[in-house]
Design a protein around this ligand. Structure first.
Ligand code: UD1
Length: 425
């Protein structure tokens, strides 16, 4: 397995271009199963999760061709309706094929995603929503089996605004008979992006981006071209990287309006942040101030930026309380940060960080995708060398991260290891 080795202490300077959003590309690719005509998706990030989704689509019978950040998919006939365990265990978002498969092809067999480093992450809301749409849903031998002749529109209330759950149900509802209303829907920009792609293909969706989504079912969808939105979590990670190193960075090809909660916290902690139409420049003082952060569903502070902001708070001046409200056990990175000398106490879902302003390089282990990013940031601010193992987590969601950080002046290198690793987070 590869490792990443960082020598801390270099302030980041320069410009970095943000890639397409992994979490938008995944449902968009899954939704190609809803029609036969070719769809051409651009600005698709070259990350492992996207490759996994392309592999899954190929196994199901889709013809997928990728060239750089452009992916073309067409689904003339299905070879299978099964998403196997071997694949789902490496990427939970494989469950996104469930809604499209049932809606267009009448059946789906998808391995039940197991536990995960950041929480139990059930998919009960995906399943109860599909059952409300008229699918027969059962769990057998670790697999979700869902069948329906044609789904029927209905009203679905989500107990929690689940992101992939909203996406799965919105995709399924596109081909249902009649109108579906999703109440307490997730409002993430990735959902709006998926909806705009589906609308281009003939779907009738309104309200995406609000907590009430209405879908009037249609008989079929067409193909369409679509450019994926920029990755707001990658963008936030590079802003945090500039901030933790006392640097001056400009992120380009981003959507500043998707980053408001993150930018507000960076400003509150003392960074100077200037937003333009598609770029953000951040200049950091020598030392930031500790600020409290609580994660929420969008437009709240993203849970996917929690590990990165925690690394930042370790280097800040004064205390801060970081509260995780989205996932129940997403504080595992605390243990690794403590190995780097951080003073953090965990009480329930709160992490109380005493900003000591120093971290020391150490060998650490990544536990999930965003925890890895937090450790990279910590390593860039720490004294001496930090070696991060299990970086396959990082490769699931960050495109060419060593190259991008290296271009900004970070002293970072990848050490190639032997064999691979499976990721469940
Ligand atoms: C998506 C993102 C992930 C991000 C998360 C929260 C993708 C591919 N992944 O994950 O990066 O961290 O949103 O912003 O887009 N829940 C249930 N029952 C369900 C579904 C969810 O109880 O059926 C709970 C989960 O356990 C969790 C919370 O809802 O506590 C939020 O999860 P959810 O929004 O579903 O996250 P994902 O869609 O898996």
């Amino acid at each position: 397995m590869d490792r990443i080795v960082i020598t801390g202490g270099s302030p980041l300077r320069g410009e970095v271009r943000i890639s397409g959003a992994k979490n938008a590309a995944l449902p968009i690719l899954a939704s190609t199963l809803l029609s036969g005509e070719e769809c051409v998706i651009t600005n698709v990030p070259a990350v492992v999760d996207v490759r996994t989704m392309a592999t899954l689509l190929g196994m199901l019978g889709a013809s997928v061709s990728a060239e750089g950040s452009r992916v073309a998919v067409s689904v003339q006939a299905l070879a299978s309706t099964e998403a196997p365990y071997a694949l789902v265990k490496t990427m939970r978002a494989s469950v996104l094929v469930l809604g499209p498969l049932v809606a267009r092809w009448g059946e789906a067999t998808v391995s039940l995603p197991g536990g995960c480093a950041i929480g139990t992450r059930p998919v009960n809301l995906h399943l109860s929503g599909l059952a409300k749409l008229g699918a027969e849903v059962t769990i057998e031998h670790g697999y979700i089996r869902a069948r329906a002749r044609r789904l029927r529109g209905t009203t679905i209330y989500l107990d929690f605004p689940t992101v992939t759950g909203t996406e799965n149900l919105m995709m399924a509802a596109c081909l249902a008979e009649g109108t579906t209303v999703i109440e307490n829907a997730a409002k993430e920009p990735e959902i709006t992006d998926l909806a705009s792609f589906l609308v281009k293909r003939g779907a009738r969706i309104s309200g995406a981006g609000t907590d009430l989504i209405t879908v009037e079912g249609v008989r079929e969808l067409r193909g369409a071209d679509h450019e994926v939105i920029p990755d707001r979590i990658e963008a936030g990670t590079y802003l945090a990287a500039g901030a933790i190193t006392g640097g001056d960075v400009e992120i380009t090809r981003c959507q500043p309006r998707h980053l408001e909660a993150v930018v507000m916290k960076l400003r509150e902690s003392g960074a100077q942040v200037v937003e333009a139409k598609e770029s953000i420049r951040l200049k950091a003082p020598r030392r930031l101030k500790g600020v409290d952060v609580k994660t929420f569903a969008y437009p709240g502070f993203p849970t996917d930026m929690q590990a990165q902001i925690m690394a930042l708070m370790c280097m800040a001046e004064g205390p801060s309380v970081i509260t995780e409200t989205v996932f129940e056990s997403r504080l595992i990175h605390v243990l690794e940060l403590q190995r780097m000398g951080a003073d953090i106490k965990v009480e329930g879902n709160h992490a109380v960080v005493s900003g000591t302003g120093t971290l020391t390089g150490a060998p650490v282990m990544a536990s999930d995708l965003r925890a890895s990013a937090g450790l990279i940031l910590a390593g860039m601010a720490a004294e001496g060398e930090t070696e991060i193992s299990r970086v396959y987590h990082l490769d699931r969601g960050y495109e060419r991260i060593e190259e991008k950080l290296g271009n900004l002046g970070a002293v970072i290198r990848r050490v190639k290891g032997e064999g691979g690793g499976a990721a469940a987070a």
